[in-house]
Design a protein. Structure first.
Length: 484
């Protein structure tokens, strides 16, 4: 694996297979639309910890995420009826308004949004570069989590992208946003760097444990944003303005996308798109220049996105699955993706220059499920990838039998990598020959999974394989076991 993880971390498929193997009961289903209980605390088990190595580099994530024991230097309060713009006298009894708080924050602050006064309306919190936090002293916005759920923010509408977002972080670094329900506007959280040049990228944004929905564009959007974490969010109903659930763009590098539920979005649930047409060609930079196609480790490569960990996510019942566009040297593991109205997951690029292809990635232990072609696609120089231990499940529209007429995996002549221990149930391959270390089955029995989650939402545990599923133990491949 590319990064070191704490042994307590257990992925979605890790847990599901272990439940099946051990005969345990399934975990509780995720909630329906609405805020999750008590979302305020920072994560107990982050995917990487403060001071650790992440894909071979010293981590530079938000401290609120990597160090659960972090405490703020100062606490400020906001309420839907607050009027106190004086930081010195601010308290839970004399809070500020949402429109005042951006001018009051300093590095190391935690800002608690109080409940009890109804939803906050017309919210647009603008944090510019000069109001940044730091690696040692982030700025954290949290919900007070009253009544078992997060404080509700109704995002501002109309105007520019920046003014129609609940939170607009323009060049601001080391900001964390945790525990809210955000609705409406163009974006829930919009976080962008100051330019495509790596030295002007934003750093250290964390969007954690929020419910974000019904934006006309993207509930969570970043651009030119490095060392970001998007974890534990429920994201749905991204709108008709090309609304992706989570959209990470413009050559962003070093990121974590983990434990999110994504559904009913108008475009792909998750898109990581380096967009070299914008970041290189439109800037007069040749695709062959190191500035465009070089390594992020060298401060180069603004036409590619590198070093992402995408794990333990559950995306389903939307328009289409994840797009990984000019994404390199990343890990996509232990996710459940599908079903979707159109295609499922793609690794590809938008230019004809091979070095900008989605290459060098590990695609491991995912469940790709659906009734439309394709379930997994590698095209346009998606080369040198490792594709191992995945289940590709092609079903008919009623999920009662396998569907033999759809493409389960598509690999063009410029793409591919090392395949092993993948299991293809239904469908047919396009450009890939099943290897001896893989398995292909035309039959399907709904009892192979706990509850055949094809038609249901919010229930990843439905996809736990039953003990009698024929792919358990295939070719020496065993379901992962829980740590003691």
């Amino acid at each position: 694996m590319a990064i070191a993880r704490k042994p307590e971390i257990k992925s979605v498929l890790f847990l599901l297979f272990a439940l099946a193997a051990c005969g345990g009961s399934a975990p509780p289903a995720p909630p329906g639309p609405g805020p999750s209980p008590n979302p305020t605390p920072s994560p107990s088990f982050p995917a990487t910890s403060r001071g650790s190595s992440f894909f071979g580099s010293a981590e530079a994530f938000n401290r609120y995420y990597t160090q659960p024991s972090w405490t703020p230097l100062r606490t400020l309060y906001v309420s839907s009826t607050g009027t106190n713009a004086d930081a010195a006298s601010n308290s839970d009894q004399a809070p500020a308004s949402a429109s005042q708080i951006a001018n009051m924050v300093l590095p190391g602050d935690m800002v608690i949004f109080l409940g009890g006064g109804g939803a906050y309306s017309n919210v647009n919190i603008q944090i510019p570069q000069e109001k940044s936090g730091t690696y040692d002293a982030p700025i954290v916005f949290v919900s007070a989590a009253t009544g078992g759920g997060g404080v509700q923010l109704q995002c501002a509408t109309g105007g520019s992208n920046a003014s129609a977002s609940c939170f607009n972080l323009e060049g601001a670094n080391y900001i964390a946003i945790s525990g809210f329900e955000m609705s409406g506007g163009k974006y829930g959280v919009r976080a962008v760097g100051l330019s495509y040049t790596s030295t002007a990228h934003q750093v250290g944004i964390a969007v954690l444990n929020n419910v974000i929905h019904d934006q006309s564009k993207d509930p969570i959007f970043t651009g030119q944003s490095d060392w970001s974490v998007v974890e534990g969010n429920e994201v749905y109903n991204a709108g008709a303005e090309d609304g992706h659930g989570i959209y990470l763009s413009n050559g962003s590098d070093w990121g974590i996308v983990r434990q999110n539920e994504l559904y009913q979005n108008a475009s792909s649930d998750l898109q990581i798109n380096a967009d070299p047409i914008s970041t290189c060609q439109d800037e007069g930079i040749s695709y062959t220049a190191n500035t465009c196609d070089g390594s992020a480790n060298a401060g180069q490569g603004q036409g590619v996105s590198e070093f992402f960990l995408v794990t333990e996510n559950f995306g389903h019942h939307g328009d289409s699955g994840p797009n990984f566009t000019s994404v390199r040297n990343s890990e996509v593991s232990n996710n459940i993706f599908g079903p979707y109205a159109r295609h499922n997951t793609s690794f590809w690029q938008e230019t004809n220059y091979a070095d900008l292809g989605s290459s060098g990635n590990t695609i491991e232990a995912n469940l790709f499920v659906g009734h439309k072609s394709h379930l997994l696609q590698l095209i346009n120089d998606a080369s040198s990838n490792t594709i191992t231990g995945n289940i590709l499940l092609a079903l008919n529209t009623s999920a009662s039998a396998s569907a033999l007429s759809i493409v389960n995996i598509e690999v063009d002549a410029s793409s591919g990598g090392a395949f092993s221990a993948n299991i293809y149930i239904g469908g047919f391959t396009d450009g890939h020959t099943i290897l001896a270390s893989e398995d292909e089955r035309a039959d399907y029995d709904p009892t192979w999974f706990t509850n055949n989650g094809f038609g249901r939402t919010h229930h990843p545990e439905d996809w736990a394989p039953s003990p009698t599923a024929p792919f358990n133990g295939f070719n020496g491949w065993q379901p992962p076991q829980l740590s003691p």
